[in-house]
Structures are given as C-alpha cells and as structure tokens.
Write a protein that binds this ligand. Structure first.
Ligand code: FAD
Length: 455
C-alpha cells in the first residue's frame, strides 16, 4: 500500500509515526513546503530562549529510521479529480493508494490598504519569526488580541520597548475568556505598561517618517516600528478545489478522519471534525487536536478501525506572569459557578450540566503550579463526562480543590482507554534533537519548580 502524507507538522508527524509503528511494510512519502518543525515552539525562539534547532522535529536520520521518502521544499499544487495522484509545484506527480491531508492553516490578514506593506508581519511560521527579528521592532502594535497574539506576547514584549494591542471586540481574548476573566488579565497587562485599544478596527496602514501609521475606525492613529498581524487563520485547502473533497471551509472529516473522497483522510488544523461535546463539525486549531487527529488518522491509514471521540475546545496560555485557560462550553452561564479574587489574579468558572462538568475558565498566577495541574484535571473531568455526585457541592464550597473531585470521580481510570492508542514506539520512541546545542539559561519558572521559592 502506498501512502502519501502532505504536511510535516504535528498532525502529519503523529500520523507518520503511528502508521509506521503499525505497518512495517507500508510505502510512505511525505511532501511539505516547509521543514518539519513545531509552530508551538516559535514563541520561545522569538524570545531568544531556544535556538532554531529546538523547533525542528525531524532530520535525515529520523526520516531514514521511519523509512519515508521525503519531498521537502515542494508544494502540492493539485489533487487529480479523477485519479489517485497529486501534482507538485515542479510538475512532478505522486501516486497514492491512501492520502493524508495535514496541511494546517495560514495566517489571514484583514483586507485593508497597507496590510500587505513593509513592516507588517504575521507570526505564524518560522520565516515570519525571522522576518520580525530582522526588521525594526522597538515599538510594536499587535493587531488582534486573540489566542495566537497572546502566545507570542511575552516574546514580543521581551524584544520590544513598547507593545500595544488593537482589538476589534470590546475585550481581549473574546473567543477564549468571558468579560470578567478578560478584565482581570487586561488590568494585569495595563499595570505592566502594555496598552490595549479595544472596540476599534484597523482601517488603513500608512507610512509616516519611516514608521507605520495605523488609522483606526474611531478616528485615532497609532504609530509604530512593526505591525504584527494576529487576525485569524484560514485552512490550506487550495489544492483540493474541485477534487471531490467536501470543504466547509476546512476539510470535512468523519470520526475516522475520512474525507468525502474514498482513500483520502485529513487531520489537524485543516480538518473540520467531530466535537467531543456534540454539535456541528468544527476546526479546533490547537496542537493537542493535531496530535490526536494524527494518531487516529495514522492508525486508520494502516487499516485499523479507530474512531475519534471528538475534539474538546481548549485554549491554554501564559502571558505576563498569568496563566489562563478555557475549556468546553466555558461561555455558558446557566448552572455555572464563579469564584473571583481580582487582587490575587484568581478567576474560576465551572460550568455544569446536571452533575457533570462541561466547561470552565481558569486564570491564575504562573508561579502557582497547581493552576496547570488543574487545567489537566478539568480537561479530564469534561472529557470523560463522569458524574460528580456529591463532589459538585464540594466544588461549590472548595472551588480551588479540583483534585479531590478528580480522584474520587474516577476520571483518570476512564481516560486510560483513550491514551493507549498506538502505544508501540517506533525508532526508539521519537525524534531526539541530536544536534541541539546546550540550553543557554534556565528560566525563573524552572528555578521555582526546583527550589520551591520564587525564581
Ligand atoms: C506562534 C504559535 C504559537 C502556538 N502556540 C500554541 C499553543 O501554545 N498551544 C496549542 O495547542 N497550539 C498552539 N499553536 C497552534 C499549533 O501550532 C497548530 O494547531 C499546529 O501546528 C497544527 O498542526 P498541523 O500539523 O495541523 O499543521 P501545521 O503545523 O501548520 O503544518 C502543516 C504544514 O503543511 C504545509 N503545507 C500547507 N500546504 C501545503 C501544500 N499544498 N503542499 C505542501 N505542504 C503544505 C505547511 O506549510 C506546514 O508546514 C501555535 C501556533 C503558532 C503559530
């Protein structure tokens, strides 16, 4: 059986490693226009915490171990509508029995004059990060205050002297936090000198004395050295137009990650698939979904019959000393429990249906390690849908003690079944960064973890 995988991000790589672990005989080819790397590590590269080598997730020796024929630097231009064949941008062709589309998404800029001009960058790819670092960036405006903008905020703030946000909606992180949680985070950012311009849209980017001048819908202007666009993403589906693969706008997939065309699968940011909590199929453009999709798609490419339970809405970020996470149906107010301590930067919202947790928001200081553990436990409780019984009342009385409810409800045991997929390791269990130089300096968070004292 000949498999072709398009893309080399986390969805493609997890599919590739799962497929190879399950089928030693499979013939596998991989095509990607970029090198294999993890976008999620880009913020640490931007900040200078890691070298470029730390981004990469494969090298020649690793592809050899996996016995995969690689076509890096090549783009797939078209999928033949009538034959199981891809055309690449150099005119060559690749035939397949099974195809995995794992082409991710790309940054989308607003359609305003000057948006494509000099001094305007996305921070979505390694090339974008290098373009940002190469240009002037002492005074930066980030357009869009959503999840991706916040993943890069600390890095940009470390590089720049002045950082401002421009956001169309009246609050920051409008698709991740409710107004109260967003207000808590906003107050923190403003206290650290990060300016927030909310409720105004970008109308034009012009030039003034060698700097960028942004004209806003409220009549004001902002001048800066660099504009970072973080205004959303679009799935990379161009080569699938007219090829019998249903798009809406991403690639529609079923619970086996199969598209509407026989033998063609899709995974990761490009795939619009089942939601764990029901409702229409949706894109959930985050790393854990790309990894799960990849593993399930890889197993099905290998001929197994593995169903995917669905993705859980989940965004987790750390910015300026605070961590924020929202999961599941966090925006629901019915049967919700809220606890807030603004002075200590703590905000929690738990959303129930009957005695099951279906969503939540957690905000707290980064140094409170329990915060991140709680994200994992809240995720497990929502994912498994275990009944809390008396523990629902316990949480109302002790909202910061998720641990007891998690242990007592048996959520961890329930989760075991879903974490054992493709437990067989290939090539010693993963790429090992053989040429990575020693890390330069440990962060203060690391010191805190080791010593128990603030770093
Ligand atoms: C700065 C940044 C920070 C992030 N931080 C987080 C985080 O903290 N947590 C989190 O969960 N997620 C985070 N994400 C999102 C996460 O990185 C993505 O969800 C994930 O990369 C999706 O994986 P993927 O394999 O589907 O696609 P990608 O990683 O985008 O890989 C797809 C690859 O396919 C290539 N490709 C596209 N079209 C073609 C074609 N026609 N021919 C050949 N190749 C093609 C692309 O160039 C790309 O290299 C972050 C993303 C960015 C940019």
């Amino acid at each position: 059986m000949r498999h072709v995988i398009v893309g080399a991000g986390p969805a493609a790589q997890n599919a590739l490693e799962t497929l190879r672990a399950l089928d030693a005989e499979a013939e596998i080819a991989l095509v990607c226009d970029e090198p294999a790397y993890a976008r999620m590590v880009l913020p640490y590269y931007l900040s200078g915490d890691v070298e470029e080598a730390a981004l990469h997730t494969g090298d020649d020796a690793w592809w050899e171990t996996l016995r995969v024929e690689t076509h890096f630097g090549r783009r797939v231009a078209a999928l033949d509508p009538a034959a199981d064949r891809l055309r690449l941008d150099d005119g060559s062709e690749l035939a397949f029995d099974r195809l995995l589309v794992a082409t991710g998404s790309r940054a989308a800029r607003p359609d305003v004059p000057g948006a494509e001009g000099e001094g305007v960058v996305d921070l979505w790819t390694l090339a974008d990060a290098n373009a940002f670092l190469a240009g002037p960036h002492r005074d930066v405006v980030i357009v869009g205050a959503g999840f991706i903008a916040f993943t890069i905020l600390d890095a940009v703030a470390r590089r720049a002297e002045r950082v401002r946000f421009l956001e169309l909606e009246p609050q920051i992180l409008p698709r991740m936090l409710d107004p109260a949680a967003a207000a808590l985070l906003s107050a923190r950012l403003e206290s650290l000198g990060i300016e927030l311009h909310t409720g105004a849209s970008l109308e034009e980017i012009g030039e003034a004395g060698g700097r960028r001048r942004l004209s806003l819908s409220d009549g004001s202007t902002l001048e800066c050295d660099a504009v970072v666009m973080a205004t959303g993403i679009r799935p990379n589906t161009g080569f699938l137009e007219g090829a019998g693969v249903e798009l809406d706008p991403a690639v529609l997939v079923d619970d086996h990650l199969r598209t509407s065309r026989a033998g063609v699968f899709a995974a990761g940011d490009v795939a619009q698939g089942p939601d764990l909590l029901g409702g229409p199929r949706r894109v959930q453009a985050i790393q854990p979904v790309a990894v799960d999709h990849g593993r399930v798609a890889g197993a099905n490419l290998a001929g197994e019959d593995v169903a995917y339970a669905g993705s859980l809405t989940m965004n987790v970020l750390a910015a300026q000393g605070l961590e924020a996470a929202s999961l599941g149906r966090w925006e629901q107010d019915e049967d919700a429990m809220v606890v807030e301590n603004a002075a200590n930067h703590i905000y929690r919202k738990y959303v129930f249906e009957d005695d099951r947790l279906v969503g939540g928001i957690l905000v707290g200081p980064t140094v409170a390690v329990t915060g991140m553990n709680d994200v994992g436990m809240l995720k497990g409780l929502i994912q498994t849908g275990v009944r809390l019984g008396p523990w629902k009342r316990y949480l109302a009385e002790n909202p910061l003690d998720l641990r007891r409810a998690y242990v007592a409800s048996g959520a961890a045991k329930e989760l075991l079944g879903s974490t054992l997929l493709a437990g067989r390791a290939v090539g010693g269990g993963g790429f090992r960064f053989p040429r990575l130089p020693a890390r330069r300096a440990r962060s203060s968070h690391h010191a805190t973890l080791l010593s128990g004292a603030p770093g």
